[in-house]
Design a protein around this ligand. Structure first.
Ligand SMILES: NC(=O)c1ccc[n+]([C@@H]2O[C@H](COP(=O)([O-])OP(=O)(O)OC[C@H]3O[C@@H](n4cnc5c(N)ncnc54)[C@H](O)[C@@H]3O)[C@@H](O)[C@H]2O)c1
Ligand SMILES: [Zn+2]
Length: 1629
C-alpha cells in the first residue's frame, strides 16, 4: 500500500452534521478534505512540541503534496505554530500568544485553524477560534485517546485561570473532527489508559454490550496501540489491512464517540442529559484538584467512578455484581481504583486527601444546585438511575470517602430478617456447569460474582452450550440448559479463560463433549501468561488415554489446548486419573461423565488423593441435578478411590440456591443474638458441607439463643438484649474462622452458663474457646487481635496455648468510643461490627478490608439488616497495621546470645546514627544496685526474668526514639517478653538479632565472669533460643564468624601479595568498608535514615551492576576492588552458590546459613548495594523451579540481612511476591522476567502484560528477551519508548550475541561482566568499559576535558590519578594541567567551554577561584576554599559551576577510620599552618567530633584570622609554640606546611622544630599533607617516639581526595588499587 490510498472511514454525525470522520492514517485525507471543503486563503496548524516531534513533518508533507495540485495564483498559505506541551499552556497567556502569532501573520476572518494535539491544544485552539475576529472556523485533530473520545467532541472550549480549570471559555463547534487512531501508537501507554477511563465511563452509563467488549478484550484493545502500523505499510487504513485488534480499537472509539455525539445533540448546552457524561467526575474532579499534576484526569475519574458506584450501591440501586465488574474492567486497563493504590499513596500530597478537604472542593462543582451535590447514579452497567445527575447528601458522600465507619446502635429495622450471604465459590462453579449441561431452565440463586464465574459463563456461551440472562437486578442467573449439546466456537475464536483455574480444568473435559462428524474441528482453550504455567497434564493424559484427541499448543502440561471434536464426543469407559495434584481434575471428569458414550468408571491412581471434601461436594451437587455417583468399597467396607457414574442427562431443578458462605453467615446471626432479634439465613442448613454451618447450634444455642435449622436454612432468635450466657467450654476446631464472632458475643455474655456447662476452674462468666491455634497465622494473629481490641472495651481475656478465655461483662459497663484496628482482616472488621451494634461510638478503622469476602457488608448492614452507619475519618497514621515502614527514628532493639557482640555492634551503630546506646543490663544493675549475677544468686532465675521483663517494658515505653538498646540474651525465655518484642518489630521499629557462631561464643565467654553462668550447656541453650530470636526479630546482623575472619585473610593476601612494601607505607588506606562502615550502612538502611540504594537510578543516570557468579563469594573478595569498577551494585547470584566451593551442576537450594555468611563476607568488603538474585532453571539459573517456598525463605533472609535489591521473578506466585513486598522495608524489588526461548516478541501483548505485572509488583522492572537479529533490538527500543517517562525505572535488554546493542543502550542497572569472573552470567554480556567505549562511539557519551588549576603543578600526581581511572572505566575523557599564576582568562575560557567536565584546584587558587563559580557546597562555604569544580545541569537545562571541597572529606574519613578507642568529644586536634589546606583540616577535625582544636602558625596573625572565621563551638586555641602542648596533648595532628620547613634536628636554624612531646598520648593519628619526601620529619618522629600512632602520608590524602573528586564528576567509583599502583609508580620514578 502507498501513502495516498483512500482510507476506509466510519462517520458519526453530531448536531445534524456528519462531521466526525474516523479511521487510520488519515493525514493525506485530512489535507484533501480540508482544502476542498473549507476553502480559505490561510490554514494555520497549531500543535505542541511533543506531538510535533512525531507528526508535524508528515502533516506538512501531506499538505505540501495537496497544495502542489493547486495553481500558483490560487494557492493558499499553510503555516504551523508550536506551543509548549502541558496544561499550563491552556492559559490567558497561551491564548494571547497564539492570537499575536495570527495577527502578526495578517490572518483574517477566513482563516481556518487546525488543532492537532491532545485536549490541551484542542481546548485552547478552539477557544482562540471562538473569539479571534469574532469567530473563525476550526478543525479538531485529536491525538490523545482522551481528546478523541471526549474533549474534541461537543464543542466545549476553555482555558484555565489560577483560580480553577476551564473557568473561561465558550461553546464553539469545529467544522470537522478527524479521528486518526494511528496517532495512539506514539502516545505513552499511561495516556492511553487515561483516555480509556472516559471510554469505560461512557459504556458504563449507556451501553452494556460495549462494556462487555471492554471488559473481555482489554488485552487486544491495548495491543492495537503498541505497534507502529505506519512501518507496516499503513496497516489499518483500509478495512482489508486492519488487524483484529485495530478493528476492535476503532469500534470502541467510534462507539464511545457516538454516545457522546448523541447526548450532545440532544442537550448541547448541558442542561440535563449531558450531565450523565460526568459519571465519576464529581468525586474524580475533587480528587484531581488535590493530586494534579502527578495523577492524570482519567486516573482520578477511574477512582471517582468506583466511589460513585459505591454510593449507588449504598443507596440500594446498584448491586455488587456491577461494582465488581466496573472494578475489574478499570484494573484491566491499569487504572487505579482507590486512593490507596500504590501510585497515589506514595505521593506526599496524598495525605491531603481528607474527607473534609474533598467535600470542600466539591462545593464549587458547576453541576451543583446550591449546596446540594449532584452525582450520576448508576443503576446497572449501561444505565443510570435518573436521566441526569441525582442529588446526594453530604452524609452519603462522607460515608464512601471515609476510611472508617461507625454503626448507630439500635434494633435492626428489618427484623425478622431473611437474607443470604454471598455464595460459596466452589459450589457456584459446579452449579454453573451442571445447569448449562442439564435439560430445561434453572434459576441459580446466590451465585458468587467473581472473575472465575464470569469467565466460566462466557466460555459456556462461546460453546453454545447454554444461554444466560439475569433477573432481579443481577441476583438471579437464569440458565437455559443445552442438554449437553455443544458446538465448536466460530472459526478463529479461542476460548479465553484469563487465570481462572477452576474454569480451565472443568472446561477441558467439557470441550470433549463437542460432537461432530466433520474432521478437523477443534476447540482451543487458552488463558493469560500465568494460566499457561498452571498444570493440567494429568487430566489431559487421562482423557487422551481414554481416546479423546487433545493437543498441547505451547508447553506440554499446560494451556493452551486444542481439543478435537469427534463423532462420539467424550469416550468414557474406564478412566485412570492421577489425582494427587488437584481434585479439580476429578471433579472435571465427574461433572461430564454422564454424557460420555460409554458409562464411566473413574479410578484415581498415583498416591494420596488431594482434597476429598471437594470431590464429595461435586458428587453432592451432581445429585441435586439428578445423577447419583457410587463409590466402590472393599470387602471390609472401606471406601476405594473408584467412582461409577451412570450415563444420562442432568435434569435441571427449576431453582437451585447456592449455599451461602457459612463463615459469613455467622455475622448476621450474631447480630440477631446480640440485639435480641431474629435472622434467617437461606442456603445454609443441616445438610451443609461447611463446618462453620455448625456455629448456630454449637455456639449461639448454648448462649441462650433459639436456633431452628432445616435442611437448607438457619434461623436464630436472640434473648432480650443483655441476656446472653457464657458458654463455659467450647471446642471450635471444626469452625475455626467463626471464633472471632464467638469472641465478641462472649465479651457481653455475662450470665451464667446453661446447666452442666459451667467450668469448675473459672468464674461463671467465662467462655473458653479452644481448638483455634491456627488462627494465630491467618491474615493477622487473630487471637492477639481479639485480646487487644476487646481490651479497648474494657473486656478481660486470657490467652491460652490453643485459644483464649473471655470474661463476659454487662453491656452497660463497656467502654464507649473504642477505635478498632482491623489489621486489614475482613473477619476482625465484621466481628467487631457485631459488637458495635450495641456499643455506641465504636469505630471500625478500615472499613474496606471486608472486600475480601463480602464487599457490600456495610451496605447490606444498612439495607438488608436495617442498621444505620456513618463514615468516620481518622488520622491514617493512627493505624499501625497500615504501614509496614517504621518511623526512621524509632529505636532499635538488639537481641542475641550473650557474647554475640550486641554491645560492640550497638555502640558502633549508635555512634554512626548519632543516637544513644543503652545496655539493658546496665539499666538493670543501676536499678537494683547489684550485678546481674548477684541478683540471680540472691533471688533465683524466675525473679530475675520477671525483673528483666519489667525493665524491657520500661525501655519500650521511655526510649521510643533514637536509641540503640541491647537486651540480655535470656530475655527470650519469657513468652511475654517475646510477644512484646515481636509486636514492636511488627508495628514500631526494628528488632535486630545479632548472629554469631556458637563455637566462637563459647570461646569468647570462656573469659567472661560478670554474667551468671548458664545452668545448662551453652550449646543447648543456644539451640533452644535460636528459633525464638529468629521469630521475634525483624532483622539479623552477622556479627563475626570464622568465615568472615577467613574472608579478611583472603583479601589481606591480595593487598600484600605482589605489592612492593613501600606501597603500604605510602598509602595507608582509608578503608570505606570494615566493620564500622558495615554497621553504619546496615543501620542507616534498615531504619530508613539513609537507604543504601544506587543514587544513579534516582538521578536518572545510567546505572550498572556486576553479576558475581562465584560458587563461594570469598573467592571474589581479593578481586572485588577491580571487579566493581564503575558499577552501582553487585549482584549475588544465590542460585550459583555452593558450599562445596565448586560450580553448581544441578539445580539445588543453597543452605541459608551459607547464604547468610556469604552476604556477611561480601558486606565487609564493599559498601555497594547488593542485588540478591535467585534465578530459576527455566529462567536461565540453577534454582529449582519448584522450590518456591525455599525461594521465599531466602528472600526473607535477604531482607533481614539488609540486602538492598531483590530480584524476584514474576513467574513466582503473586501471593508469595506480595508477601515479600510486605516485608521489604526500605529495600527495593526488581520484578523480572527472562525469556530464553527467543519466542518473546517485544511488541506483543504478552510482553505488555509482563510489563504491567512487573510494574505492579516491582520498584524496578526487568524484562529480558533473546535477540535473533537486530530487529529485536529495535523492537525493544520501540517498546521502551512506548512507556511513559517518569514511570518506574526499567531494565530491558536482549540476551545473546545479537543483543549487545540493547545492553549498550539500556539505562537502568545494565548487567555487566568482568574478565576475572569464572563465567558470564548471561550470553552477550559486556564489561563496563566496553559499554562506555561503545556509548562514546555512537555519540551517547561525548568526550569531556578536565583540568588541574594551580602552580607549581608540573609534578602533580592528579593527571595520573584521573587519567588512569578514565581509561580503566573506558571513559573517553582527558585530564590535563593548566598552570597559571592567577585565575586569569585562560581559566575562564576553560570552564566556559561546552566540553568542560570539571577541574581540580590547588595552591594558590583555592580561594580566588570562587569568583568564577555559580554556587558552593555547604562545606566549601564554611571552609572558604574550593578544590573541586563540578559543572551541573539545573532542571531547566542551564549549566552551573559548583565549587566543592574534597580535602576535608578525605581527612575526615581518615581520622574516623583510624582513631580507634578514642572518644572524639574529649580529644584535642592540632593543626600546623594557616593556609588554605589548614582551613579544611580544622573543618575535618570538627566534623569528626573533635572537641577542641589547637592551631599553630609561625605568623600568629594569620592563625588568628583563620580562627576567627570559624564559629566559637569549634573551640580553636592559638598556640604560641608546639612545646606548650604538654599539658593537653592532641590525639590528631595535621600538618599543612611544606616538609622542608620542618625539622627534628635541634641544630637546624630557621626551621620549625618538632618536639617529641606532641606524641605523649598512647594512641593517635598524625597526617602530613606534604607528600615529598614520603616520610617527612613529622611522620618519622611519630614512628620513632610512639609506634602505636598511625602515620598518614600526604599521598594517602591526595589519593583519597582525588577518588572523591572522581566520583563527584562521573558518579562512578574509581578503581582504587589500580590507581594506587600507577600513582606510586610515578611517584617513585
Ligand atoms: N473540552 C472538553 O470537553 C474536555 C473534556 C475533557 C478534557 N478536557 C481537557 O483536555 C485536557 C487534557 O487533554 P489530554 O489528556 O489529551 O492532555 P494533553 O493535551 O496535555 O496531552 C497529554 C500529553 O500527551 C502528548 N501527546 C499528545 N498526543 C500525542 C501522541 N499522539 N503521541 C505522543 N504524545 C502525545 C502531549 O504533548 C501531552 O504531553 C485538559 O485540559 C482537560 O481540561 C476538555
Ligand atoms: Zn473527563
Amino acid at each position: 500500500m502507498v501513502d495516498n490510498d483512500q482510507p476506509d472511514l466510519c462517520k458519526v454525525s453530531i448536531l445534524g452534521r456528519e462531521c466526525i470522520h474516523c479511521g487510520f492514517h488519515l493525514k493525506r485525507y485530512i489535507a484533501q478534505t480540508v482544502l476542498t471543503n473549507l476553502a480559505s486563503s490561510t490554514y494555520v496548524l497549531i500543535t505542541d512540541t511533543h506531538v510535533a516531534k512525531f507528526h508535524l513533518s508528515a502533516f506538512q508533507a501531506a499538505f505540501d503534496e495537496e497544495l502542489k495540485l493547486i495553481s500558483d495564483d490560487k494557492r493558499p498559505r499553510f503555516m504551523s505554530h508550536l506551543v509548549s506541551p502541558g496544561e499550563t499552556t491552556k492559559s490567558r497567556e497561551g491564548k494571547a500568544e497564539i492570537e499575536d502569532f495570527l495577527l502578526a501573520n495578517a490572518c483574517t476572518r477566513d482563516t481556518v485553524l487546525l488543532a492537532l494535539g491532545g485536549g490541551v491544544v484542542g481546548d485552547l485552539v478552539g477557544f482562540v477560534a471562538a473569539t479571534f475576529m469574532r469567530g473563525v472556523r476550526f478543525v479538531q485533530i485529536p491525538t490523545t485517546l482522551l481528546a478523541m473520545v471526549d474533549s474534541s467532541v461537543g464543542g466545549k472550549t476553555a482555558i484555565d485561570t489560577p483560580r480553577g480549570k476551564n473557568l473561561i471559555g465558550a461553546f464553539w463547534q469545529p467544522e470537522y473532527i478527524f479521528i486518526d487512531a494511528a496517532f495512539l501508537e506514539t502516545l505513552p501507554l499511561r495516556e492511553f489508559s487515561n483516555g480509556m477511563a472516559e471510554v469505560i465511563k461512557t459504556a458504563a452509563i449507556w451501553d452494556e454490550n460495549e462494556f462487555a467488549t471492554l471488559e473481555s478484550r482489554a488485552e487486544d484493545i491495548t495491543s492495537a496501540v503498541q505497534i507502529e502500523s505506519a512501518m507496516n505499510f499503513y496497516a489499518g487504513r483500509t478495512v482489508s489491512t486492519r488487524s483484529e485488534s485495530q478493528r476492535l480499537l476503532l469500534s470502541v472509539i467510534v462507539g464511545s464517540i457516538s454516545v457522546k455525539a448523541h447526548i450532545v445533540t440532544i442537550d448541547e448546552r448541558e442542561t440535563g442529559l449531558r450531565n450523565l457524561v460526568n459519571f465519576g467526575h464529581t468525586i474524580g474532579h475533587t480528587i484531581e484538584a488535590v493530586l494534579t499534576p502527578s495523577i492524570l484526569h482519567g486516573e482520578c475519574v477511574s477512582i471517582g467512578m468506583l466511589l460513585e458506584a459505591e454510593i449507588a450501591r449504598q443507596i440500594g440501586v446498584l448491586n455488587q455484581v456491577a461494582v465488581g465488574r466496573l472494578t475489574r474492567c478499570l484494573k484491566a486497563y491499569n487504572l487505579p481504583v482507590s486512593v490507596t493504590d500504590a501510585r497515589i499513596a506514595s505521593l506526599p500530597v496524598a495525605r491531603q486527601l481528607t474527607v473534609d478537604r474533598l467535600l470542600d472542593v466539591m462545593k464549587v462543582d458547576k453541576k451543583n444546585a446550591g449546596p446540594v451535590k449532584k452525582i450520576v447514579i448508576l443503576s446497572r452497567i449501561g444505565a443510570t438511575f435518573e436521566p441526569k445527575a441525582s442529588a446526594v447528601s453530604d452524609q452519603r458522600i462522607r460515608k464512601v470517602l471515609s476510611e472508617g465507619i461507625t454503626i448507630i446502635p439500635s434494633v435492626p429495622r428489618h427484623s425478622p430478617i431473611r437474607m443470604a450471604t454471598p455464595g460459596s465459590k466452589s459450589i457456584s462453579n459446579r452449579a454453573l456447569v451442571l445447569a448449562a449441561l442439564g435439560e430445561g431452565m434453572c434459576r441459580l440463586k446466590n451465585l458468587l460474582h467473581s472473575d472465575d464465574t464470569q469467565v466460566m459463563m462466557q466460555a459456556l456461551a462461546d460453546l453454545q452450550g447454554a444461554t444466560f440472562s439475569w433477573e432481579d437486578n443481577g441476583d438471579t442467573l437464569v440458565v437455559q440448559g443445552g442438554g449437553g449439546s455443544l458446538a465448536v466456537p466460530p472459526a478463529g475464536k479461542e476460548i479465553y479463560l484469563q487465570n481462572a483455574g477452576t474454569a480451565a480444568r472443568f472446561l477441558t473435559t467439557v470441550c470433549t463433549l463437542v460432537k461432530s462428524d466433520r474432521q478437523g474441528l477443534v476447540t482451543v482453550i487458552t488463558g493469560n501468561a500465568r494460566m499457561k504455567q498452571r498444570p493440567c497434564g494429568p487430566l489431559v493424559d487421562a482423557l487422551r488415554a481414554s481416546g479423546n484427541p487433545i493437543e498441547y499448543r505451547e508447553h506440554i502440561g499446560s494451556l493452551p489446548l486444542s481439543i478435537s471434536a469427534t463423532p462420539s464426543g467424550m469416550r468414557g469407559g474406564h478412566i485412570r486419573l492421577a489425582a494427587s495434584i488437584s481434585s479439580q481434575y476429578v471433579s472435571s471428569i465427574l461433572l461430564c461423565a454422564p454424557y460420555a458414550s460409554a458409562p464411566v468408571v473413574l479410578e484415581l491412581v498415583g498416591g494420596q488423593v488431594i482434597s476429598q471434601p471437594y470431590i464429595d461436594m461435586t458428587i453432592g451437587v451432581m445429585k441435586s441435578f439428578g445423577i447419583t455417583v457410587t463409590r466402590d468399597v472393599d470387602a471390609a467396607g472401606k471406601k476405594l478411590d473408584v467412582y461409577r457414574i451412570p450415563g444420562g442427562h442432568y435434569r435441571n431443578p427449576s431453582e437451585f440456591t447456592i449455599e451461602s458462605d457459612a463463615s459469613s453467615a455467622t455475622y448476621p446471626l450474631a447480630i440477631a443474638a446480640i440485639t435480641g432479634t431474629t435472622c434467617t439465613i437461606t442456603g445454609i442448613g443441616t445438610t451443609s458441607l461447611q463446618g462453620d454451618a455448625g456455629f448456630a447450634k454449637g455456639v449461639l444455642e448454648p448462649m441462650g439463643c433459639k436456633v431452628v435449622q432445616t435442611d437448607t436454612e438457619t434461623t436464630v432468635t436472640g434473648p432480650p438484649i443483655g441476656q446472653l450466657r457464657a458458654i463455659g467450654y467450647v471446642d471450635m476446631e471444626p469452625m475455626t474462622d467463626a471464633f472471632l464472632t464467638a469472641s465478641v458475643l462472649a465479651a457481653v455474655a455475662n450470665r451464667s452458663p446453661l446447666q452442666g456447662r459451667a467450668l469448675v476452674d473459672a468464674p461463671l462468666n467465662t467462655t473458653r474457646i479452644l481448638g483455634i491455634a491456627n488462627q494465630r497465622v491467618k491474615e493477622c494473629n487473630r487471637i492477639k487481635a481479639m485480646i487487644d481490641e476487646l481490651s479497648k472495651f474494657g473486656v478481660r481475656t486470657r490467652e491460652l496455648d490453643d485459644g483464649l478465655e473471655i470474661y463476659g461483662t454487662p453491656i452497660s459497663q463497656l467502654t464507649r468510643g473504642a477505635s478498632i484496628c482491623c489489621y486489614d482482616d475482613h473477619r476482625v472488621a465484621m466481628a467487631f461490627s457485631v459488637l458495635a451494634t450495641v456499643i455506641e461510638g465504636t469505630i471500625l478503622e478500615e472499613k474496606r478490608c471486608v472486600a475480601k469476602t463480602w464487599p457490600s457488608w456495610w451496605d447490606d448492614l444498612e439495607n438488608k439488616i436495617g442498621l444505620s452507619t456513618q463514615g468516620v475519618e481518622f488520622q491514617a497514621a493512627a493505624s499501625p497495621s497500615k504501614s509496614r515502614r517504621h518511623d526512621p527514628n524509632a529505636s532499635v532493639f538488639l537481641t542475641g546470645m550473650r557474647g554475640a557482640g550486641k554491645s560492640f555492634i550497638g555502640t558502633l551503630a549508635a555512634a554512626a546514627l548519632g543516637w544513644e546506646f543503652t545496655d539493658a543490663d546496665t539499666v538493670f544493675e543501676a536499678r537494683h544496685n547489684m550485678l546481674v549475677s548477684e541478683f540471680v544468686r540472691n533471688n533465683g532465675w524466675a525473679a530475675f526474668r520477671e525483673a528483666e521483663h519489667s525493665i524491657l517494658k520500661e525501655l519500650l515505653q521511655t526510649k521510643k526514639k533514637k536509641h540503640i538498646i541491647s537486651l540480655g540474651g535470656g530475655i527470650v525465655e519469657t513468652p511475654a517478653a517475646r510477644g512484646a518484642l515481636k509486636d514492636y518489630a511488627e508495628t514500631c521499629g526494628p528488632v535486630v538479632y545479632i548472629v554469631r557462631a556458637i563455637e566462637e561464643i563459647v570461646e569468647y565467654l570462656g573469659t567472661e565472669t560478670s554474667r551468671p553462668a548458664y545452668g545448662e550447656a551453652i550449646e543447648e541453650v543456644f539451640l533452644r533460643r535460636q528459633p525464638w530470636y529468629a521469630e521475634m526479630s525483624s532483622h539479623e546482623f552477622v556479627s563475626s564468624t570464622r568465615a568472615l575472619q577467613e574472608s579478611v585473610k583472603f583479601s589481606e593476601a591480595e593487598s600484600n601479595g605482589g605489592r612492593i612494601d613501600v606501597a603500604h607505607e605510602h598509602t595507608i588506606r582509608c578503608c570505606p568498608t570494615g566493620i564500622e562502615g558495615e554497621v553504619k550502612r546496615y543501620f542507616e538502611h534498615i531504619t530508613g535514615i539513609c537507604p543504601n540504594l544506587a543514587p544513579n537510578i534516582q538521578l536518572g543516570k545510567r546505572s550498572y551492576f556486576l553479576s558475581l557468579t562465584f560458587p563461594d563469594i570469598r573467592l571474589a573478595l581479593p578481586l572485588l576492588d577491580r571487579l566493581s569498577v564503575g558499577v552501582d551494585a553487585l549482584e549475588l547470584r544465590v542460585d550459583l552458590l555452593s558450599p562445596t566451593g565448586s560450580p553448581v551442576e544441578r539445580p539445588s537450594v543453597p543452605p541459608s546459613t551459607y547464604v547468610a555468611t556469604q552476604i556477611a563476607a561480601l558486606r565487609q568488603r564493599t559498601t555497594l548495594p547488593i542485588v540478591f538474585t535467585v534465578r530459576t532453571a527455566s529462567q536461565g539459573g540453577q534454582f529449582p523451579d519448584t522450590a518456591q517456598q525455599e525461594a521465599v525463605k531466602l528472600f526473607e533472609l535477604a531482607l533481614r540481612l539488609g540486602c538492598e535489591y531483590l530480584d524476584v521473578e514474576i513467574s513466582w506466585s503473586e501471593e508469595q511476591i506480595r508477601h515479600i513486598i510486605s516485608q521489604k522495608g526500605h529495600s527495593h524489588l526488581i520484578a523480572s522476567w527472562h525469556d530464553w526461548t527467543g519466542a518473546m516478541k517485544w511488541l506483543s501483548p504478552e510482553v505488555r502484560q509482563k510489563y504491567n505485572l512487573a510494574y505492579e509488583l516491582g520498584d524496578i522492572i526487568k524484562l529480558v528477551g533473546t535477540a535473533r537479529d537486530q530487529a529485536d533490538n529495535l523492537d525493544l527500543q520501540l517498546f521502551v519508548r512506548s512507556i511513559a517517562a517518569g514511570r518506574k525505572p526499567m531494565l530491558a535488554i536482549n540476551m545473546g550475541e545479537k543483543g549487545k546493542l540493547s545492553r549498550i543502550l539500556n539505562f537502568v542497572f545494565s548487567p555487566v561482566t568482568h574478565p576475572l569472573l569464572p563465567s558470564r552470567a548471561a550470553p552477550g554480556q559486556l564489561t563496563f568499559p566496553e559499554i562506555q567505549r561503545a556509548l562514546h562511539l555512537i555519540g551517547h557519551l561525548p568526550k569531556e576535558q578536565f583540568y588541574l588549576f594551580g602552580t607549581p603543578i608540573s609534578h602533580s600526581m592528579s593527571p595520573t590519578l584521573h587519567n588512569t581511572a578514565f581509561s580503566a572505566l573506558g571513559l573517553p575523557h582527558r585530564y590535563d594541567l593548566l598552570e597559571t599564576d592567577f585565575v586569569d582568562n585562560r581559566i575562564t575560557a576553560a570552564v566556559a567551554a561546552p566540553n568542560f567536565g570539571g577541574a581540580s584546584v590547588t595552591i594558590p587558587h583555592k580561594v580566588a577561584i570562587i569568583s568564577q563559580l555559580d554556587c558552593l557546597s555547604e562545606e566549601a562555604q564554611v571552609i572558604g576554599a574550593v578544590n573541586t569544580i563540578i559543572p551541573i545541569r539545573r532542571p531547566d537545562g542551564i549549566r552551573e559551576l559548583l565549587g566543592d571541597n574534597t580535602d576535608w572529606a578525605a581527612m575526615h574519613c581518615i581520622i574516623i577510620n583510624n582513631l580507634k578507642n578514642v572518644s572524639p568529644g574529649g580529644a584535642r586536634g592540632l593543626v600546623i599552618g594557616a593556609g588554605g589546606a589548614s582551613r579544611a583540616a580544622v573543618y575535618a577535625l570538627h566534623r569528626a567530633g573533635i572537641g577542641a582544636i589547637d592551631l599553630f602558625n609561625r605568623t600568629r596573625s594569620s592563625a588568628e584570622a583563620l580562627a576567627s572565621s570559624f564559629p566559637d563551638d569549634y573551640n580553636i586555641r592559638i598556640m604560641e609554640s608546639l612545646e606548650g602542648l604538654g599539658n593537653s596533648p592532641p590525639s590528631v595532628i595535621i600538618s599543612t606546611v611544606p616538609a622542608s620547613v620542618t625539622t627534628t634536628d635541634p641544630t637546624v636554624k630557621d626551621a620549625l622544630q618538632l618536639p617529641a612531646s606532641m606524641f605523649t598520648l598512647s594512641q593517635g593519628v598524625v597526617i602530613d599533607m606534604a607528600y615529598k619526601p614520603s616520610l617527612t620529619p613529622l611522620l618519622n618522629l611519630a614512628r620513632s617516639v610512639n609506634p602505636s600512632w598511625t602515620p598518614i602520608t600526604g599521598l594517602a590524602v591526595l589519593l583519597e581526595q582525588g577518588y572523591r573528586q572522581f566520583e563527584l564528576w562521573t558518579g562512578r567509583r574509581p578503581p582504587r588499587s589500580l590507581i594506587e599502583k600507577e600513582v606510586l609508580a610515578k611517584y617513585t620514578s
